[in-house]
Design a binder for this molecule. Structure first.
Ligand code: ADP
Ligand code: ZN
Length: 605
């Protein structure tokens, strides 16, 4: 559906003049046309897809104020600052303001002096807010993070249910609901609960092509992380996820000791420290946050260059959401996960001892299995990930398995050896024999425990000397991942499953992923960073320092001044006039007037 030039043109003009971008991305143009012409829209777009423009531009093009409902109160100030820097008239109303601040925003709204007004959802339950809105002119309602209306989700907000009533009170005002949550069930529920049955649905691909997915075998996780950061992400901002509070503290300390500025973030920190660490991460360049999954909701920082997991996420959904915080600005970014045998043992154990009924445990198990399948695949990670969300894809060329394809090997005999060792020990069920003991038996090691239990007389003792210990740990990990072994009880004892007997009875082959040799560094994928030439790198660094100083002076996050991608382009094209500078992506009219000369001066230095 293409509207006549006349309807598209104002939107395109606004994109260029205000935001300084050349063209719409993906289906932004169709969405914007729909809303500009007064229709409703339900938008599913991955993080970084460019959802904000889908309501900001219609709000600028249509007469009146665009009312944006968002649960992310902590972000409203930054959002308004970013818009102000673009010359857009924006304000917000939420519980953090005093009477005077609130009053000023209300007056501006009533005087028709706001293009955008951000509201916390609970505001709309207050009759005085509704009356205020009645007295002004509304161009549209945007409902951000619309999945908060879905009752299955963990972000559910009762206040969101009230939003269905917007339509009753203001039937002529178009509504646009936006979310990055992928599943079809959530989408149906959003449409239903927000009364958006007649809205046009815009579903984007969930691919994030600029993110390079990598999953490596965990051996010395902190060292592996350090190597990643020092070789590929020097000076970059990033998030490191750990499962426990203690390990976030430890890892942050480890990174700091090694010259990388890192801050911990978890629910056990007092609120002040937490808020301070989050604010520093958003505002400063190149900080690393080491966090539990409590960190992330509403992290709107566009230039997060890597997300690293030191522990296995519990589901593909969680993994996708967490890694999705990298590279919102579309620049090359890394999603890196270190995963090992202990992760599987620990998570199976957690599921086995978790509260709730069997159905609940089965669900957790299914989620874990899907995550393990992603870890152990010899196929393209992205294909596997997108298939999981019901999307077809072909090998991407930008994940570890595409860049250095792992080999599969026939692990049937190795599997039989492990399984028979487990079977022998099964008879001594009351004892606790962990993974280490199984490996000792296979390798024929005379440890104290082996001697104590006389396990050197087992037929399997010493039958596995053809492989080294890491290989055996890899075999056991993959058997756990494939459901050919499982874990029982508080001690994480390995036990056989129904499927194990087929392998032992030679009725089933076992294919395993070849563990990459530790020394094979040459096969490591190239750094995904966009290269700057040796001459332009110092220019970029200089622009970055100018930006840091300016951001500090104005009390806004650095990216509010200019994005990295914009600074990169400035550095490599070296404009010498304001007119040339104005052609760079991300340099709109207002920023050109405000910062243009300073940028040219910095370049001339
Ligand atoms: P989302 O809310 O979907 O996560 P944002 O609206 O924050 O994404 O946009 C992500 C990034 O992409 C932002 O930095 C934004 O400025 C940029 N962006 C959005 N649309 C365009 C476009 N048409 N051209 C260039 N950059 C864009
Ligand atoms: Zn791939």
């Amino acid at each position: 559906m293409t509207l006549p030039e006349t309807a598209t043109q104002p939107a395109l003009d606004t994109l260029r003049r205000v935001f300084g971008y050349d063209a719409f991305r993906g289906n932004q143009r169709d969405i914007i046309e729909q809303v500009v012409s007064g229709g409703d829209a339900l938008v599913l777009m991955p993080t970084g897809g460019g959802k904000s423009l889908c309501y900001q531009i219609p709000a600028l093009v249509r007469p009146g104020t665009g009312v944006v409902v968002s649960p992310l109160i902590a972000l409203m100030q930054d959002q308004v600052d970013a818009l102000t820097a673009l010359g857009v008239r924006a304000g917000f109303l939420n519980s953090t303001q005093d009477f005077g601040q609130r009053h000023a925003v209300e007056e501006a709204f009533l005087a028709g002096e706001l293009d955008l007004l951000y509201l916390a959802p609970e505001r709309l339950k207050v009759e005085s807010t509704l009356r205020l809105l009645d007295r002004g002119k509304i161009s549209l309602f945007a409902i951000d993070e619309a999945h908060c209306v879905a009752q299955w989700g963990h972000d559910f907000r009762p206040d969101y249910l009230e939003l269905s009533r917007l339509h009753e009170r203001w039937p002529a005002v178009p509504r646009i609901a936006l979310t990055a949550t992928a599943t079809g069930a959530t989408r149906k529920e959003i449409a239903h609960r927000l009364n958006l049955d007649d809205a046009r649905h815009f579903v984007s691909s969930f691919d994030r092509p600029n993110i390079q997915y990598r999953i490596v075998a965990k051996n010395r996780p902190e060292q592996q992380l350090l190597e990643l950061l020092t070789t590929e992400h020097k000076g970059d901002a990033g998030i490191v996820y750990c499962l426990s509070r203690a390990s976030t503290e430890r890892t942050a300390q480890f990174l700091s000791d090694n010259g990388i500025e890192a801050l911990p973030y978890h629910a056990g920190l007092d609120a002040r420290t937490r808020a301070r660490n989050q604010a520093r991460f958003l505002r400063e360049d190149g900080l690393v946050v080491v966090a539990t999954i409590a960190f992330g909701m509403g992290i709107d920082k566009p230039d997060v260059r890597f997300v690293a997991h030191l522990d296995l996420p519990k589901s593909v959904e969680g993994y996708y959401q967490e890694t999705g915080r990298a590279g919102r600005d579309g620049q090359p970014s890394t999603a890196w996960l270190a995963y090992g045998l202990q992760d599987v043992v620990q998570q199976r154990k957690m599921i086995a001892t978790s509260e709730g009924d069997d159905a609940h445990r089965r669900r957790l198990g299914t989620h874990l299995d899907a995550m393990l399948a992603l870890c152990e695949t010899v196929e393209c990670r992205r294909v596997q990930l997108l298939n999981y969300f019901g999307q077809e894809a072909s090998p991407c060329g930008n994940c570890d398995t595409c860049l250095s394809p792992p080999e599969a090997w026939d692990g049937t005999i190795a599997a039989q050896k492990v399984l028979s060792a487990v079977f022998r020990l099964d008879r001594e069920r009351r004892q606790k024999f962990g993974v280490g003991h199984i490996v000792d038996i296979l390798l024929g090691r005379q440890t104290a425990k082996i001697q104590q239990f006389g396990h050197d007389s087992l037929t399997v003792f010493g039958v596995g000397t053809e492989h080294a210990e890491p290989v055996w740990r890899g075999v056991i990990r993959q058997l756990l991942a494939q459901g050919l072994l499982t874990v029982e009880g508080d001690h994480g004892t390995l036990v056989l499953t129904d499927a194990s007997s087929e392998v032992l009875a030679r009725k089933r082959e076992v294919r395993l992923r070849q563990e990459p040799k530790r020394a094979a560094k040459t096969s490591r994928p190239k750094a995904p960073q966009q290269e700057l030439s040796p001459e332009t790198q110092p220019v970029f660094d200089k622009l970055r320092s100018w930006r840091a100083a300016t951001a500090k002076e104005q009390g806004v996050p650095a990216y509010v001044i200019f994005h990295d991608a914009t600074l990169r382009q400035i550095a490599s094209e070296g404009p010498t006039t304001l007119a040339e500078l104005g052609t760079i992506n991300g340099v709109g009219e207002n920023k050109l007037a405000k910062f243009g000369q300073q940028v040219l001066d910095t370049l001339a230095e």
